[in-house]
Write a new protein. Structure first.
Length: 381
């Protein structure tokens, strides 16, 4: 039996509507039509608030007290997904931070198993490193950063279903290997890089389509040295991830990036760690003590003490910050959390809109943009 949802307001991925109904059946949107046009025999629910496409996060390292590197199992993935669902994330790329080859293989196997099990919201794996520039490693373990070898290519291209996203430093990976990844269907992004502008442009020509947490772990834009930030903002076909926690990047710099490239190619990401959805004040990652204070996660010891270590951000907060501090319209902020990342992942025919044929993955928000309820493939939270 179809289910009819009638929210006070509806954002369909493009525009805000009022007095409209969403008809859901079999996990998909069957129709979006004026509320007074719905067959009166169908069961219906009136919803207080704004119904929007569910948020899609392409960079989720952890949540609910679980760090993916530490619990590379379907159960670990499920716990992370459940923690982020509370904050409106109905689709996510579970993310492995630089680790050993064996751990990477284990992580891909866990995602393969999770996808086969139908874990709610799981879209694939994001492998962030180890093919990075050690000079821009951030919290990534220097001892594990290395060059890409044929064995790695086999692992990076071994996901059976879903999407694989790989973040790498273009100057540290051979152009032929970037091309091989792209030709195998892997989505390739630049990050943790000290690359010059020309090398990034070459990688874009080879099929690189993303920039992982723009500004962070890369040299700044300079007048005579545009670097990866300049290449990212100039290119009209690629996408950039933005961490809008107001700690990683200043509001002014975020505004500049959105104005330069346009919001249609800017996607909100969390880069979330295990603390999201918990009251943890600290945790250990790869032997490093990470402290949580004031909305920031930082390393606590050694020469790198105070280094940002992922984020304590959730997608609902990212949306609120984007509206409140960046002057972005609500419709565009919601698109940056849904339709734009769906396009980056080549899932824009499936997710990011509330329209006939799309998967019924949605979020209900109140007037303060706090999450009230979620649906993943038609199943409510």
């Amino acid at each position: 039996m179809p289910q009819v949802l009638i929210p006070e307001r509806l954002f369909d991925g493009e525009k805000l509507l009022s007095r409209h109904a969403v008809v859901v059946e079999g996990g998909r949107i069957q129709a979006v039509l004026p509320a007074n046009a719905v067959d009166t025999v169908l069961p219906r629910r009136h919803l207080e608030g704004l119904l929007a496409p569910g948020f899609i996060d392409v960079q989720v390292n952890g949540g609910g007290g679980v760090q993916f590197n530490d619990v590379t199992t379907p159960d670990g993935i499920a716990a992370i997904g459940a923690a982020h669902r509370r904050f409106g994330t109905t689709g996510y790329m579970v993310t492995l931070i630089t680790d050993t080859r064996a751990k990477t293989e284990e992580a891909v196997a866990a995602v393969n198993a999770g996808l086969a099990m139908g874990l709610p919201g799981l879209l694939g794996i994001h492998i962030e490193g180890p093919f990075l520039n050690v000079e821009r490693r951030g919290v990534h373990a220097a001892a594990m950063i290395r060059t890409l070898e044929p064995k790695d290519l086999a692992i990076l291209t071994s996901l059976v279903a879903g999407r694989t996203l790989v973040t790498l430093a273009p100057e540290k990976v051979a152009p032929a290997d970037i091309r091989r990844l792209v030709e195998a269907g892997v989505i390739v992004a630049a990050g943790h890089t000290a690359s010059d502008y020309e090398t990034v442009r070459q990688a874009l020509a080879l099929g690189l389509t993303g920039f992982t947490h723009l500004y962070n772990a890369m040299p700044p834009l300079a007048g005579r040295d545009p670097g990866p930030v300049g290449a990212a903002l100039e290119d009209r076909a690629s996408w950039c991830g933005l961490i809008v926690d107001l700690h990683h990047v200043s509001a002014a710099s975020l505004k500049v990036a959105i104005a330069a490239k346009g919001p249609e190619r800017m996607m909100l990401v969390t880069d979330a760690m295990a603390t999201v959805g918990t009251d943890l004040t600290e945790f250990t990652f790869q032997g490093q003590l990470i402290m949580r204070a004031g909305g920031r996660l930082t390393t606590a010891e050694g020469r790198a003490a105070g280094t940002l270590a992922g984020s304590d951000l959730d997608m609902a907060t990212a949306v609120r910050n984007t509206v409140a501090h960046l002057g972005v319209k609500l419709e565009q902020a919601l698109a940056m959390a849904g339709r734009v990342p769906a396009a980056f992942l080549r899932l824009d025919g499936e997710l990011g809109r509330i329209a006939p044929g799309y998967r019924a993955s949605m979020v209900l928000l109140d007037a303060e943009l706090q999450v009230q309820e979620t649906w993943i493939d038609g199943k409510g939270s």
